[in-house]
Design a protein around this ligand. Structure first.
Ligand code: B12
Length: 154
C-alpha cells in the first residue's frame, strides 16, 4: 500500500462480485498519491465502516456494478452517523441502477442518500482523484457540521 497524507477505503458493495474495475481503481488512485485500503468485492456496509474507523480514512469509495446500488447503499450515511464517522466523505461510482436512466436523476437520488459525489462508469478517473484530494483538504480545513446536522434531523 502507498503511504500518503490521503487515505481511502475502497470496495464493491453488497453481493456484487465484479472485480476488474476495483483493481483498476485501486491502481489509479494509488498512482495518483492516495493510500488505498482495498476491501475487494462483496463488501457490507459495516465492513466499509469498520475499515474506515480502524484506519482513520478520509473517505469511503463505494463501487456498485451489478445495478443494485440503491438497495445496497440504503442507510449507509445514517449508519456512518451511528458509528461516529458521520462526516466522512462518501463517493460512489459504477452502474448504479438496473437499465438506463438519465444521470442527473441518478446523481440526485444518491446525493439524497448522503453521498457527496456520484460518478458514471466512464468518468475520468484523474478528474475524480483530483476532486477527492481537493475535498479532503477542504474538509480538513473547515469540517462539514451543517450537512451532518441536516441528516441527523431527517
Ligand atoms: C465480466 C462481467 C461479469 C463477470 C464478473 C467477473 C468478475 N469477478 O469480475 C460475471 C460473469 C461473474 C458477471 C456476473 C453478473 N453480471 Co456482469 N458484467 C461483466 C462485464 C462484461 C464486464 C465488467 C468489467 O469487468 N468491466 C470493466 C471494468 C474496468 O469496468 P467497471 O467494472 O465498470 O469499473 C469501472 C467504472 O465503473 C468505474 N467505477 C466503478 N466504481 C467506481 C467508484 C468510483 C468512486 C468511481 C469514481 C468510479 C468507479 O471505474 C472502474 C474502472 O474503470 C459487464 C459489461 C461491461 N461491458 O461492463 C457486465 C455487467 C456489469 N454485468 C451485469 C449483470 C447484470 C450481471 C449479473 C447480475 C448477471 C446475472 N443475471 O447473473 C451478475 C452479477 C453477479 C454478482 N453477484 O455480482 C450488467 C449490470 C447491469 C446494470 N448495472 O444495469 C452488466 C453491465 C452487463 C449488461 N450490459 O447488462 N458479470
Amino acid at each position: 500500500m502507498v503511504t500518503s497524507e490521503f487515505k481511502v477505503v475502497l470496495g464493491v458493495i453488497g453481493a456484487d462480485c465484479h472485480a476488474v474495475g476495483n483493481k483498476i481503481l485501486m491502481n489509479v488512485i494509488e498512482q495518483l498519491g492516495v493510500s488505498v485500503v482495498n476491501l475487494g468485492v462483496m463488501v457490507s456496509q459495516d465492513e466499509f465502516i469498520d475499515a474506515a474507523i480502524e484506519t482513520g480514512a478520509d473517505a469511503i469509495l463505494v463501487s456498485s456494478i451489478y445495478g443494485h446500488g440503491e438497495i445496497d447503499c440504503m442507510g449507509l450515511r445514517e449508519r456512518c452517523i451511528e458509528r461516529g464517522i458521520g462526516d466522512i466523505l462518501l463517493y460512489i461510482g459504477g452502474n448504479l441502477i438496473v437499465g438506463k436512466r438519465d444521470f442527473d436523476s441518478i446523481e440526485k437520488q444518491f446525493k439524497a442518500m448522503g453521498f457527496d459525489r456520484v460518478f458514471r462508469a466512464g468518468d475520468d478517473l484523474k478528474m475524480f482523484v483530483d476532486m477527492l484530494k481537493g475535498e479532503i483538504v477542504q474538509k480538513r480545513a473547515k469540517g462539514r457540521p451543517e450537512q451532518v446536522a441536516e441528516l441527523c434531523k431527517a
